[in-house]
Design a protein around this ligand. Sequence first.
Ligand SMILES: [Zn+2]
Length: 99
Amino acid sequence: MKRKSRQDAAHVGAPANAGASRILLAPPDQRQCLEKVNLVADYGAAVTAYYNAVSKLEEGMITGSPQMYRDRFKSTESARAMCEAARKALAEHDAEHGC
Ligand SMILES: [Zn+2]
């Protein structure tokens, strides 16, 4: 799953035999909240998806039909809502954890 691979990505530089993905090997003062790392990654992925949806909308303006525009606009709205949900989840996490 994507979340798992993001966790693995957060451990770049860790020894190959680091074991469970929840173990952080950085010194205590450099430790990061893994949940927050994942939430930021989710936010970034959502923003990328939004960017891609708007790019497709723009492409469709050149060659597409009005129906294509409406369909693609719907996709941008959905992607925008995902961005907002990811941003909200991150803000809520910040407020709860203070991390
Ligand atoms: Zn946290």
